[in-house]
Structure formats: C-alpha cells, structure tokens
Design a protein around this ligand. Structure first.
Ligand SMILES: *Cc1c(COP(=O)(O)O)cnc(C)c1O
Length: 463
C-alpha cells in the first residue's frame, strides 16, 4: 500500500520508553465469559482480562524516571516529612494557594471541604456534577444545582468552552434561595462529565465577580486544571502568548480553595490535596484531616507519594508534554469522527466520549445503552472503557427515581504517557467494528444496585 504524502509535520511523544509492561491478549470466548462474570460492568473486570485499559485516567499514569528517583527519597517520618514541604512549596508555586492539606486522593479533600462549609438545606451550584463531589455535598446535607451552559448537555455543540458557567442560571439560583444558603460555587476545570470540556478564563473571572458581589466562595475542582489551562492557551483570545503554567495560576487566583485528585494531572498513581487561602478554614481542615486521613503532613500518603506528586507538578506544566497528551486524545477522537462514529464534540482533554444515545438509538435509556456499549467493546477487543450516563447519574435522593441525564456516553479515557498511537488505532478499529454491528445489540437490565456511587459495583444481565 502506498502512503499518502503528509500534509503537516507530526508531533511525537516527548519521551522514550525505559520500562515495559507486557499486555495480554485474550480470545473472544474468554472475554464473553469474563464480562458475564463481571455483571456487564467494566469496573468489575479483572485487569488481567483486559488488553488495553481505557477505563480511567485516574492513577493509571506512567511516572517518569525523575519521579521514580523521587520515590527513593521518601522521608517516611510520621510527622513533618520533607516531602510534604516540597509538595507544599510546589503547590504554592504552580497553583498559588496559601495552605496545603494532603489527602489520600481527591474525594478525601471533597469530604473535608464539604463537611466544613455545607450546612443541611444549603445549595451548591456547579458546572455539572461530578460523582464523588456531589456525593460528598449531598452527605453534608446540601443539594447540588447544575448551572453549566446548555451547550454542555448537547454532544454536537462545538462551543469551545462547554465547561462555562451559565451566569444567568447562577444569578437565578442566588435570587431564588439567597446567597446565605450557598456556601460556595463548585467550579470544575475541565468538566469531566461534560466530556473533559474546559471553562474559559473570561467565564471564571465573571463567576468570581458575581460570587464576590454576593459574598459567596468559589471552590475549584483542580483535578484536570492544567489540561484546562492548555485549552485556554489554544482557544481563548489573548492567551496564545501566555505560558500554560501562568494560565493555571491565574485561573486558581479567581478561586478561594481547590480540591485536587493528584491521580490525574499530577502524573502519579495515588494522592490528592485540599488547597486553601482562608486561614480559618485551613485550621479546621487541618484538624479534620487527622480524623479521616492522617496527620496534616501526610494525609494518608507515604512520603514517597507526596514526592512523586511534587515532581509531577513540575512535569505537567511542560508544554511539549501537554501537546502530546491532548494530541493523543485528539488523534483517537479525530479518527472516530472521520469514520462517522458519533462522539462528543469538541474532543475533550482526557478522553473521547462516545455518544451511546446515538450509536444505540434503538435502546431506550432505561435499558442502559452506554453500559451495553462498553460491554460490547470489551467483548470485541478487550479494550476497557466505562459508562457515563444513567448508571453514573444515580437516583434522585428525594424521589428515588433514576436521574435521566441528557448525555448517555461511553468514556474512552486515555492514561497519561502509557499507550502509543498504535493502541489508539487498535481501539478506534474496535469501536468502528461495534458501531457497524450496532443494530444487533440489545440492552441490559440492572440486577444489583448498590446504594452509593452505583456505577462502580452495579451488576447487569442481558435482556
Ligand atoms: C477523579 C475525580 C475526582 C475525585 O478524585 P479521586 O482521586 O478519584 O478521589 C474529583 N473530581 C473530578 C473531576 C475527578 O475526575
């Protein structure tokens, strides 16, 4: 076969491979059995039975030699580990908040901030919910209110900042319930559930302005904020000349505190933190972390884990890394778009989101089209993806009914620095195969439903 002449110069990963982990291929028959045993839930598969693992980008990153070297410098003192101070100083340098409380992962930070700030009966507006974030807000007695722009719920809208807050929706809520009932605005950058979509700097500034006017705090979910900052540089007017590191710090400067899952942007396998400017809240958080996570200088982490996070911050801001990271996701997404497989547009930062509602349009939402599609892709090739639709949305705590999100998606999530372009090709080909045979796919019924965050452990049977 003749290859056409390239029309552009390619980029390549700005690293080479020093250690490899073999992958295992399995037979179709083996996979059919494995997914049945897993109750058609890809979270319940054994990783050994997976070929390419695109379940999540959480904690699945490949660390660099610099990070691994840092692991050997773990100071495992119970109190005052030097790695804590390194992490604290890098957090200040790259995110700009005053105080740091380490936690075992992002939800540890969400738990603490929710318990401190939310009173029963409060409302927490946010740019689309995230599963663990909302769970902790509800456990503290709050009600989450979605104030993201309408475009975020439309997989075909190519709005460049689908993570933006709808300021009118926010103002409407403040008018309706009163600022006193809103302890903070929960702003995510990027928005995972909308498809890894960014919020613009301009919108963040406007949210800050409105919040200040009403005396409301802004709390950032900074989990993928560096990827958000990269999108701002690419897409927002007047930002092309700024450094991504500078954009990140500016973004954080419009917020009062941040919860962080280090397992995403920070290129590690475990870790997180809460970062705060207000001394009083910090004081409470530092006290509370002792009860739930560990002493305030380790928060459930080993010294070596904190060191790896501190070093990950130095690496995440490198723009050649970000170009390859976002570029790899885009490569996969573009391929699927070229083949006319419906996906969420624009292509997000950490994942390609397949539009299961459109792909399996003959399956009603109550028969779990996205859950079904993820299971079918696994059976086809051993590629593991996950559901982001009605199962993830859970039930309304008041009515007990399924919440019916507009987006019924399968997330093909790309771990950082782990897979190559060839893995993207194999995955795209498998998705295409399933897409072409979509008409014969039938839905699922739920046969076991856990009470909290059901998508992790729910079980399904074929209809
Ligand atoms: C992963 C994630 C969290 C929770 O972090 P964990 O480290 O998994 O506890 C919170 N918000 C967003 C947007 C996430 O993607």
């Amino acid at each position: 076969m003749a290859y056409p002449k390239p029309t552009r110069r390619s980029w390549a990963e700005p690293f080479k491979i020093k250690v490899v982990e073999p992958l295992k291929t399995t037979s179709r028959q083996h996979r059919v059995k494995a997914i049945e045993e897993a109750g058609h839930n890809t979270f319940l598969l054994r990783s050994e039975d997976v070929y390419i693992d695109f379940l999540t980008d959480s904690g699945t990153n490949a660390m660099s030699d610099y990070q691994w070297a840092g692991m050997m410098l773990g100071d495992e003192a119970y109190a005052g580990s030097k790695n804590f101070y390194h992490l604290e100083s890098n957090m200040r340098k790259y995110y700009g908040y005053k105080y740091l409380v380490p936690t075992h992962q992002g939800r540890g930070a969400e738990h603490i901030i929710s318990q401190i700030l939310i009173k029963p009966g409060d409302f927490i507006p946010g740019n689309m919910y995230f599963t663990t974030t909302r769970e902790h807000q509800e456990r503290a007695g709050g009600t989450f209110v979605d104030i993201i722009i309408d475009e975020a719920h439309d997989p075909d809208s190519t709005h460049p900042f689908k993570g933006n807050v709808d300021l009118q929706k926010l103002e409407g809520l403040i008018k309706k319930v009163g600022a006193k009932k809103i302890p903070y605005i929960s702003v995510a950058a990027t928005v995972n559930m909308a498809g890894g979509q960014p919020i613009s700097m301009e919108n963040m500034k406007a949210v800050r302005k409105l919040a200040t006017k009403h005396g409301i705090r802004v709390i950032l979910d900074a989990t993928r904020a560096i990827e958000n900052a990269y999108f701002i540089k690419l897409r927002e007017k007047g930002c092309q000349k700024k450094s991504v590191a500078g954009i990140l710090k500016e973004l954080c400067s419009y917020t009062d505190a941040a919860t962080m899952s280090g397992k995403k942007d920070l290129l590690v396998n475990i870790g997180g933190f809460l970062a705060i400017n207000d001394e009083k809240i910090f004081d409470e958080a530092r006290n509370m972390v002792v009860v739930f996570e560990g002493l305030h200088t380790y928060g459930g982490l080993a010294g070596r884990d904190m060191e790896a996070m501190a070093r990950g911050m130095e690496e995440m801001v490198k723009e050649d890394y970000l170009r390859a990271r976002i570029g790899q996701v885009e490569y996969l997404g573009q391929k699927l778009m070229d083949w006319e497989v419906p996906i969420v547009k624009p292509i997000g930062g950490h994942a390609v989101f397949l539009d299961a509602r459109r792909i399996l349009e003959h399956i009603p939402q109550d028969k779990f089209p996205a859950q079904t599609l993820a299971a079918e892709i696994y059976i086809d090739s051993g590629v593991r993806t996950m559901e982001r639709g009605i199962v993830s949305a859970g039930r309304d705590p008041k009515t007990g009914e399924h919440r019916h999100p507009k987006l019924e998606l399968v997330r093909v999530t790309i771990p950082r620095r782990v897979y190559t372009q060839a893995h993207m090709d194999v995955t795209a080909e498998s998705v295409l195969e399933v897409h072409e045979n979509r008409k014969r796919i039938k839905g699922l019924k739920m046969v076991y439903e856990p009470k909290y965050l059901r998508f992790f452990q729910a079980r399904f049977d074929r209809i």
